[in-house]
Design a binder for this molecule. Structure first.
Ligand SMILES: [Zn+2]
Length: 97
């Protein structure tokens, strides 16, 4: 049996994934309507690692872009892509700035 803390951690993760999916859906709707926000255009400094993941998982670049820290993620969670959850250095508190 999972502990209450484990279940809460799971709920927190799912809520984050759900929020990400809602953001992606809203963005897809804006793209269809031809009114993307300026920050939703693909950043042109896409990393080779992200290119590889996009190809490997057949996922759009948005999955690998951290909107909170405005940089590419460089780490995927162990159950990716079952959980679409990835971290950039900023998410891990490793930003030097
Ligand atoms: Zn981040």
């Amino acid at each position: 049996m999972p502990t209450k803390a484990e279940l809460q951690a799971r709920v927190d993760l799912l809520e984050k994934v759900n929020a990400d999916l809602e953001r992606m859906l809203a963005r897809a709707q804006r793209e269809l309507e031809g009114r993307l926000l300026p920050e939703e255009e693909q950043p042109n400094d896409i990393t080779n690692t992200v290119r590889k993941w996009m190809h490997e998982y057949q996922l759009p670049w948005e999955v690998f872009w951290c909107a909170d820290h405005h940089q590419w993620v460089d780490e995927l969670c162990s159950s990716f892509p079952y959980d679409i959850y990835a971290e950039c250095p900023g998410c891990r508190g490793e930003d030097k700035t």
